[in-house]
Design a protein around this ligand. Structure first.
Ligand code: NDP
Ligand code: 2IT
Length: 448
């Protein structure tokens, strides 16, 4: 990687010192800083006014105990987090992740990414993230409810439709948002629809929110292909993960004429050469809350692979939609060797820095998550808009809005990449474009 501009290097070293042991947060900051050399050359006031230091320090970080009782009567103790990173563009906005790996460094990386992603949407939303090391896997509905109620019993005092608006992420879907919203409503005695997004369609949710991240990722990839005179039609696609983002990325890629030949979970991956059976996948993952092994068992011709990497399956388009750092340098080399032409990140930071370099050097069209997966949070902002006006839009209209937003983000990234001397580099485009918007707002609002 190119050396950082000396000012940026100095600031980065302070970030390392002040946030020890938070590897994912360091990585997210470095990825942004690597794009900003030409910006700080052109606008030295950003360095003089210490805009970068201000953006790297969360406005508020909350860590709390979450006690609850499991089905056997045992008392369980988890840790809850909410990092309210930046409200310079709007109320803090970003998901909650329930996964045993969650720690402060992971929540901070996600919150930091969210600031830039949310700026790119063009909607009035700041950045934040939260979650817990609670593992919902294998837990009964009652246990999940007990956990969510305890989590909200602390979180409620920090959130609100004008303050901080959480949503889902890994391990948090419609069921969890329901229990969280119910407890918020009970404690506050307010039907404050706009306090959480990802709600059910019958009680304040938005059409297309469930599908939005996966669909949006495919729309963004489609724009990149279109810019090269190409399309999804006839493409061979691999999608990692098999959760919310992955399922709807598969759905939209199939609708656009692609064959999706593989997807994964944390136990392995499935190869299905004739194209994934989406209805079966939804039944197994969304209805039965099962594993991909159950999909393979129910689908003749599909193979379950429990060792090795999904990125060794050859494809034209790769959509990492599982988790951070799941696509490493070896995986990128394998994808390039097999002739991949597009990689679009449905997950947050799934591609390591070394892997990103391999893809960019090979002239692969590479879409960073903060641009490609912004459709989820953008549709959350559309949900907030519907809640504020007590309205409910049609599926068709909401999807049109999502498509327009993704086209806009693509245009914005492509334009900013050109402006800062890196045509075709969507990493530079996404980071520079969002940073300039944020930095100008930071300066305008004064030292706060
Ligand atoms: P889900 O919980 O619905 O699905 C997560 C999927 O990723 C599962 O298949 C899971 O497998 C797999 N996975 C999770 N952690 C790991 C791990 N450590 N190693 C291997 N596989 C893992 O989450 P989402 O689909 O909502 O989120 C996926 C990604 O997309 C995340 O990076 C999230 O931050 C990002 N994202 C989500 C948005 C949303 O609206 N939901 C918006 C923008 C980004 P298993 O079931 O075996 O754990
Ligand atoms: O990473 C993300 O953008 C999300 N998990 C969605 C956040 C949101 O507020 O909808």
């Amino acid at each position: 990687m190119a050396a950082l501009d000396p000012h940026l290097q100095e600031i980065y070293e302070v970030v390392l010192r002040r946030n020890p042991g938070e590897a994912e947060f360091h990585q997210a900051v470095l990825e942004v800083f690597e794009s900003l050399g030409p910006v700080v050359l052109k606008r030295p006031e950003y360095v003089e006014s210490r805009v970068l230091e201000r953006l790297c320090e969360p406005e508020r970080q909350v860590i709390f105990r979450v006690p609850w009782i499991d089905d056997s009567g045992r008392i369980e103790i988890n840790r809850g987090f909410r990092v309210e990173f930046s409200s310079v563009l709007g109320p803090f906005k970003g998901g909650l992740r329930f996964h045993p790996s969650v720690n402060l460094g992971i929540v901070k990386f996600l919150g930091f990414e969210q600031i830039f992603k949310n700026a790119l949407t063009g909607m009035p939303i700041g950045g934040g993230k939260g979650g817990s090391d609670f593992d919902p896997k294998g837990r009964s509905d009652r246990e999940v409810m007990a956990f969510c109620q305890s989590f909200m019993t602390e979180l409620y005092r920090h959130i609100g439709e004008y303050t901080d608006v959480p949503a889902g992420d890994i391990g948090v879907g419609g069921r969890e948002i329901g229990y969280l919203f119910g407890q918020y409503k009970r404690i506050t005695n307010l039907y404050e629809s706009g306090v959480l997004t990802g709600k059910g369609l019958g009680w304040g949710g938005s059409r297309v929110r469930k599908e939005a991240t996966g669909y949006g990722t495919v729309f963004f990839a489609q724009e990149m292909l279109r810019a090269r005179g190409d399309s999804f039609d006839g493409k061979r696609v691999v999608v990692s993960g098999s959760g919310n983002v992955a399922i709807y990325a598969v759905e939209m890629a199939q609708r656009l004429g692609a064959t999706v030949v593989a997807c994964s979970d944390s136990s392995g991956y499935v190869v299905d050469e004739s194209g994934l059976d989406l209805e079966l996948l939804k039944q197994v993952k969304e209805v039965d809350r099962g594993r991909l092994a159950d999909y393979a068992a129910g689908r003749p011709g599909a193979t379950l692979v429990t060792d090795g990497s999904i990125w060794h399956v050859d494809c034209d388009v790769a959509l990492p939609c599982a988790t951070q750092n799941e696509l490493d340098e070896d995986a990128a080399i394998s994808l390039v060797k097999h002739g991949v032409s597009v990689v679009a990140e449905g997950a947050n930071m799934p591609t390591t820095r070394a892997a990103t370099r391999v893809l960019l050097d090979a002239d692969v069209l590479f879409a960073p998550g903060k641009a490609a997966n912004a459709g989820g949070v953008a549709t959350s902002a559309l949900e907030m808009q519907q809640n504020a006006s007590r309205d409910s839009w049609t599926h068709e209209y909401t999807q049109e809005r999502l498509e327009g937003i993704m086209r806009g983000i693509h245009e914005r990234c492509a334009g900013s990449a050109d402006e800062f001397g890196a045509p075709g580099n969507y990493v530079v485009g996404a980071n520079t474009s969002s940073f300039v918007q944020l930095a100008d707002a930071v300066l305008a609002l004064g030292v706060i």
